[in-house]
Design a protein around this ligand. Structure first.
Ligand code: LHQ
Length: 259
């Protein structure tokens, strides 16, 4: 199986599972990922997703052995399997935590960057490998890189295809945190457990507002914040958050939408 999906209490762990190829992507894996995202979205008890890779790598991007001799049209068709995954990660109404356990290259790097919170093992590297084979960053690379780390660093990474060590990725703001290799998975799980007790409706609205901010002017964004705040304030978790504050106790958020 190219993908493993495990149910944990309140969240799911998805593991890219072709370790002998550093979890390089193929159509089968993309289809399995797409289905796993849909199933997570349909499961009202699932309040976070953890994405990681089996073995020593996170994901080496497209499996190059499977595109030997492929025509430009074949490559274009392949992206029809990959690009919807990026949009799905952004649209999922739950936090997606990515635990980058080793090298993340090509499309693999950009799938990681599409996730809401990226944690990386100190030994991991991020490689915009595309230029090494005469291609350009896809799966959102040209969109995420300049927004996350600015145009100069984005150009440097994309044009040279140099590996970026996890520590530097954190220092540059490309990812949330670098962790010791042996701590990565425990911390990633702990973060998901935190999200299983979080106000999920508000978190989904936060995700959407932050994404829409890239394209909005301030006026439009303030309108969106007002609308989103209204929606959040209708959720049972807002009432619970306020009660808990007044009663000086931790909130018991259910993640449920307004009835
Ligand atoms: C691999 C791969 C791999 C197959 C390592 N495929 N076997 C999508 C579709 C449409 C259009 C085109 O674009 C795309 C998006 C893309 O993702 S294009 C970019 C594709 N990815 C790459 O170009 C990265 C290629 N890999 C590498 O540069 C290195 O392997 C990295 C930097 C990832 C890791 O280096 P090392 O840690 O030194 O490992 P390694 O190179 O020794 O790899 C281990 C094995 O995995 C090895 O196989 P072997 O049988 O010799 O043990 C590699 O051949 C295999 N492998 N990446 N993408």
């Amino acid at each position: 199986m190219t993908l493993l999906v495990e149910s944990c209490p309140g969240y799911r762990r998805i593991t890219l599972n072709r370790p002998e190829r550093l979890n390089a992507l193929n159509v089968e894996m993309a289809a399995a990922l797409d289905a796993a995202f849909d199933e997570a979205a349909a499961d009202k008890t699932c309040r976070a997703l953890l994405l990681t890779g089996a073995g020593r790598g996170f994901c080496a991007g497209q499996d190059l052995t499977e595109i030997v001799g492929a025509s430009p049209a074949d490559l274009e068709r392949l992206l029809e399997h990959y690009h919807p995954l990026i949009l799905k990660i952004r649209a999922l109404p739950i936090p997606v935590v990515c635990a980058v356990n080793g090298v993340a290259a090509g499309a693999g790097a950009n799938i990681a960057l599409a996730c809401d919170i990226v944690l990386a093992a100190r030994s991991a590297t991020f490689v915009q490998a595309f230029a090494k084979i005469g291609l350009i960053p896809d799966c959102g690379g040209t969109w995420f890189l300049p927004r996350l780390i600015g145009p100069a660093r984005a150009r440097g990474l994309a044009l040279t295809a140099e590996p970026l060590p996890a520590d530097k990725a954190e220092a540059w703001g490309l990812i949330w945190k670098t962790l010791d290799d042996l701590e990565l998975m425990a911390q990633a799980h702990q973060l998901c457990v935190h999200f299983t007790a979080a106000p999920t409706v508000a978190l989904a609205l936060i995700k959407r507002a932050l994404d829409e901010a890239w394209a909005n002017d301030l006026d439009t964004q303030l309108d969106l914040e007002r609308e989103s705040q209204r929606e959040a304030s209708l959720s049972p978790d807002y009432a619970e958050g306020m009660r808990a504050f007044l009663q000086k106790r931790p909130p018991a958020f259910t993640g449920r939408r307004a009835p």
